[in-house]
Unconditional design. Structure first.
Length: 190
């Protein structure tokens, strides 16, 4: 028995559009497809950047648009990324070492130009609830030998790790291949 499958990842759709779509297309204003030049002539980037600036009550020039995360990373000179891959609440999911490596490879690629910097925050609040002591710390190896323009900061809370609830205490551990980066990190945080 042959099944009629739709492969949505291949932009295939074997059925006609719904009646609502057909009706919307009949009444569609073709001028709406030509908004880009009009909005650009007004000194704005796009209708999306205008919408986001109004939504968040910020200046439209603060909105950076791109065709994906990697494109936006390439446009930035200072990148800040938070990775929450250890016994992630509420799912309990833990990233594998290979997944951590893949996550770290993104800013490594984006900061090949040494004028760019990245700060990776590894949120390890639930580290001691994520498995065997040695095994659950294997991912730390991916932070070794990173270029000097990438600083990793491991952040955790003492309330979870040391069961010091209500103490509202935490720690940040800076990891870098460059002593000057660590010195700057320490100086800024004292």
């Amino acid at each position: 028995m042959e099944k009629n499958l739709n492969f949505l990842d291949r932009n295939e759709f074997n059925y006609s559009p719904s009646k609502e779509v057909v009706e919307a297309l009949k009444n569609f204003d073709i001028n709406k497809l030509c908004f880009y030049t009009r909005i650009y002539d007004e000194g704005k980037k796009s209708i999306l950047s205008v919408f986001l600036s109004e939504l968040y009550d910020i200046d439209e020039t603060q909105v950076l648009l791109g065709y994906g995360g990697e494109d936006i990373l390439k446009q930035q000179y200072n990148i800040f990324i938070i990775l929450n891959g250890i016994a992630n609440n509420p799912t309990g999911y833990c990233m594998s070492v290979a997944e951590w490596q893949s996550a770290v490879d993104v800013p490594k690629e984006a900061t090949k130009d040494e004028t760019k910097n990245a700060i990776l925050i590894a949120d390890v609040a639930y580290l001691d609830y994520s498995g065997e002591k040695e095994e659950c710390r294997e991912f730390f190896k991916v932070f070794g030998g990173l270029p000097k323009n990438i600083l990793d900061v491991c952040a955790y809370t003492l309330s979870k790790v040391f069961t010091m609830y209500c103490q509202r205490m935490g720690a940040m551990i800076g990891i870098s291949s460059d002593k000057d980066v660590i010195k700057e990190y320490v100086d800024i945080n004292q």
